[in-house]
Design a binder for this molecule. Sequence first.
Ligand code: CO
Ligand code: CO
Length: 314
Amino acid sequence: MVGTNSGDDAAVWQLDTDRALVLTVDFITPVVDDAYTWGQIATANAVSDIYAMGATPILSLNLVSWNDEELPSSLLVEVLKGGSDKASEGNWLVVGGHSIQDREPKYGMCVIGEVHPGRILSNSALRPGDHLILTKPLGVGVLTTAIKNKRLDDEFEKNVISSMSQLNNTARDVALKFGATGATDITGFGLLGHLKKMLDPVHLDAKIQVGQVRLLQGSYELAKQGVSPSGSRRNLDWVKPILIPDEQDDVDLILLADAQTSGGLLFGVEEKYLDEALSELTTHGVTASAIGKVSRGSGKIYLSKGHISSDITE
Ligand code: CO
Ligand code: CO
């Protein structure tokens, strides 16, 4: 049902009238110092593409690159424990895996999920008039770069870790409950990059209310000081031909293009469901906001006048 053509978040294979298999794989290098926490984040990141398709994870396999010469195996045990605890939280089973020797460690999972063939969320199914809901604040790329450079406050670090570790299962539930058809998860291409990928195939434009886009605490100041992963700059260059800013400066733009690890879902709901969907997300502890609207067009992203708002915490 979904393969390599649509650039979607995962592949979907129909089994019968009521069931389809969903397949995805993802692995990352360490984004934090703590092994257990890295395992949790890598797992939340790997399963995210399952939720982005509207699916439910069933089984997964670990993928591990490990440097036996420099890292004790007790650390690997912690990474895997982080992964299996996160899988328990999401109510799926880790049933095996594979590891190789590698200088730089990497961890992730191949995840299999299930979805009703009629309830698939796709990144090419936004509808004209849909309001866009984003379910996690941006700024992960800036903050994890600061962690690598050892220049992040403990409190900010705690916030970004909790954001990256959060499963997108509640966001998926709300998207499905309120009739969303178009959804994706915000990861390496950033908000602007993933939005471009959603608009292109369906000939829609988006207008982003820049002041409604939330940031993780600390990310604005750091971005202003030039702390940003190189991927965010590439994202921004890539979307520039279709981006129509209105008074935004480079800090605003680089944050809107900030490459996320384990970011939130971005999905479209009809206007009549917008308030209810937002309040349900908030009730369940999801930091969601309505960030704009799509309409017929040609794949352009318009930004409303003004700057990205001050930082918020989860
Ligand atoms: Co994805
Ligand atoms: Co992915």
